[in-house]
Design a protein around this ligand. Structure first.
Ligand code: C2E
Ligand code: MG
Ligand code: MG
Ligand code: MG
Length: 287
């Protein structure tokens, strides 16, 4: 119980801060239980190709079906998982579940890439690459169906480890995306050296782009930069038609946001039509 006493929280004398520490410990205990007890869920948010309007993939976003507090968003528990190291188990569950879902879609003949978010701590886990490889092999999913998202901030917090891990993912054949781009401090010269495929423009810039000239300029230069570096540009947090049209005019590749669809459980997603022989067989079987 008192194993957490090495944490500086115990030395804090401010009673409010101590309450806070107690709350976090309680949350951590509950989360540990939740991971082992099947309380985690994945929701999927679609992303669309701006050139042809086709659904290109989905991003897996974790939720916690808390028995008392209801469905919690990652903002309520990811930090606690990160700080405690529980992110290792949580992240393994997310990967396993996302790959299993990718396999189900593959069986239905639905051609979708699945994006999974990785935290800084997961990136530094030497076992991560094997986890990914094993999960894909077990389900018979090619690595090309998997996108691994790393925030710009995580990338910069430990660039040496990030480089090693991203290089390994690329060697597997997975796609690597830089998430929340524009909010960290990655210099362009630096970014150039990382083996990344996708730039996800942070939604704070997308949100302001139709009213604020500065935000619009940032979005425009991210798209331009991605193009010049041979990367796919992705706008996150697209909420309006005006934003979508502005992004199309700027030549952005992909878009994701409430305008297209909120994150939902897999069975509530409106899927693109199945393609090819497998798809036809699946449709026949279903009819
Ligand atoms: P993110 O990867 O940048 O994911 C996008 C977030 O923006 C999601 O929040 C999504 O629900 C939200 N969003 C999408 N479209 C819109 C929009 O049009 N407007 C607005 N206002 N918001 C939009 P969510 O699901 O709460 O996730 C928050 C963050 O938690 C994620 O940001 C990601 O960094 C992290 N996260 C989520 N799932 C996982 C996971 O499985 N593992 C790890 N390590 N982190 C995760
Ligand atoms: Mg993401
Ligand atoms: Mg993001
Ligand atoms: Mg974001």
């Amino acid at each position: 119980r008192a194993k957490a006493s090495g944490r500086s929280g115990w030395e804090v004398h401010d009673p409010a801060a101590r309450d806070d520490t107690a709350d976090r410990l309680r949350l951590l205990e509950q989360l540990r239980h939740a991971v082992n007890d099947g309380q985690l869920r994945l929701h999927y948010q679609p992303r669309f190709d701006l050139a042809d309007g086709r659904m290109a993939g989905v991003e897996a976003l974790v939720r916690w079906a808390h028995p008392v507090r209801g469905l919690l968003a990652p903002g309520e528990f990811i930090n606690v998982a990160e700080e405690s190291g529980l992110i290792r188990e949580l992240g393994a569950w997310v990967l396993e579940e996302a790959v299993a879902q990718a396999a189900r879609w593959q069986d239905q003949g639905v051609d979708l890439q699945v994006s999974v978010n990785l935290s800084a701590r997961q990136l530094a886990d030497p076992g991560l690459r094997d986890w990914v490889t094993t999960a894909l092999a077990r389900r018979g999913v090619p690595a090309s169906r998997l996108v691994l998202e790393i925030t710009e901030t995580a990338l910069m917090s430990d660039p040496v480890t990030a480089m090693t891990t991203l290089t390994a993912f690329k060697a597997l054949g997975a796609t690597v995306a830089v998430d929340d781009f524009g909010t960290g401090y990655a210099s362009l010269a630096y970014l150039r050296r990382f083996p990344v495929d996708e730039l996800k423009i942070d939604r704070s810039f997308v949100a302001g782009m139709t009213e604020d000239a500065g935000d619009r300029a940032i979005v425009a230069s991210c798209i331009h930069l991605a193009g010049a570096m041979g990367l796919v540009s992705v706008a996150e947090g697209v909420e309006t038609e005006a934003q979508r049209d502005a992004l199309i005019a700027l030549g952005c590749d992909l878009a994701q946001g409430y305008h297209y669809g909120r994150p939902v459980p897999a069975d509530e997603l409106v899927l693109p039509r199945a393609r090819g022989l497998l798809g036809n067989v699946a449709q026949l079987a279903a009819s």
